[in-house]
Structure formats: structure tokens, C-alpha cells
Ligand binder design. Structure first.
Ligand SMILES: Nc1nc(=O)n([C@H]2C[C@H](O)[C@@H](COP(=O)(O)O)O2)cc1CO
Ligand SMILES: [Zn+2]
Length: 159
């Protein structure tokens, strides 16, 4: 009888790869973000990526960044974590103590949403806005609410 394969990817790496797959759908030319929420039984609850509200045409959308908030993408984009929460079709109580896998550390608005739906842990791939005011607020929200956050370990690379 053949031995089992042992060199499998971890649950962390699996869910992060799902988040990475989701971010490949993003139309944002500068930053693509994916989020995957998994429960404590290692079941995927939902997935999302940053994009426009569904009625807005991606093609006509102002994907640039300017000083004019009316024409700045940040005014319109729905964040990956928010989309993941909104895409969920189950009962919100199933989100209790779930883990969110995000390719970029959550902003402070998403941190609040994640706390409010009962997320227990944040696992992230990148934290390129570390140290910005928004990022500090986000970490303060998570710290104050007892939500742990840690960087994922990708032992099998990103490919
Ligand atoms: N965690 C996040 N989830 C997200 O979905 N986003 C989105 C909002 C924008 O579409 C893009 C950030 O664009 P930029 O400021 O890096 O050009 O990523 C941003 C963050 C950062 O906190
Ligand atoms: Zn956000």
C-alpha cells in the first residue's frame, strides 16, 4: 500500500490561496485584495475581492486616485472584506470566531465590520500600509476587541 502524501499545504495556506485567487478578479489597477472567511471547522463560509458596487460598470468607473473625492476610486470601491461579509449566504452566527484570510491587512472600516460579525482572528499576507493612521486605527480596533492578527506562513510559495 502506498504511503499518504505528507507534504500538503496547511489550512492557513489553503485559505490564503483562495483569497489570492479572489484578488485576481479585482479590476483595481493599483491594489488587488482578496478575502476568504473560514470557520473553526475549516469550512469556507465566503469569499470576496475589492470591486465596484454591482450596478456600476467597471469599464466606466474612475479607477484612478485624485484629490477630487467625486472622481477618486476610494469613494466607490467596496473592500474585499466587506464584500466577503456581504456575499455570505448563511446565518451570521456561523461567522462567530471564524478566521478571515486577507491578502492585505484590513483598513479600519473593515476592521470594525469584521469585529461586529464576530470574526475571531485575522490572517494577512501583506501589510503594505503598516504605520499609516488608518492602519494604526485598524490595529487599535482589533486589539481593543481582542481579535488576534498574524501574518500567514506560505511554506509552499505563492505560485
Ligand atoms: N484591506 C483592504 N481591502 C481592500 O479591499 N482595499 C481596497 C480598496 C482599494 O480598491 C484598494 C486600495 O487602493 P490603493 O489606495 O492601494 O491604491 O484596495 C484596501 C485595503 C487596505 O486596507
Ligand atoms: Zn477596508
Amino acid at each position: 500500500m502506498a504511503d499518504e502524501r505528507r507534504d500538503v499545504i496547511s489550512w492557513d495556506e489553503f485559505f490564503m490561496r483562495v483569497a489570492i485567487a479572489a484578488q485576481l478578479r479585482s479590476k483595481d489597477p493599483n491594489t488587488q485584495v482578496g478575502a476568504c472567511i473560514a470557520d473553526t471547522d475549516h469550512r469556507i463560509l465566503t469569499v470576496g475581492y475589492n470591486g465596484t458596487p454591482h450596478a456600476i460598470s467597471d469599464a466606466e468607473f474612475p479607477w484612478g486616485t485624485t484629490d477630487d473625492p467625486l472622481n477618486d476610486k476610494h469613494s466607490y470601491v467596496v473592500h474585499a472584506e466587506a464584500n466577503a461579509i456581504l456575499n455570505f449566504r448563511g446565518s451570521l452566527k456561523d461567522m462567530q470566531d471564524a478566521t478571515v484570510y486577507v491578502t492585505l491587512f484590513p483598513c479600519h472600516e473593515c476592521a470594525k465590520l469584521l469585529v461586529q460579525v464576530g470574526i475571531g482572528e485575522v490572517v494577512y499576507l501583506d501589510d503594505k500600509y503598516d504605520g499609516t493612521v488608518d492602519n494604526q486605527i485598524s490595529k487599535r480596533v482589533l486589539d481593543s476587541c481582542g481579535v488576534n492578527y498574524r501574518k500567514v506562513e506560505m511554506t509552499h510559495g505563492l505560485g
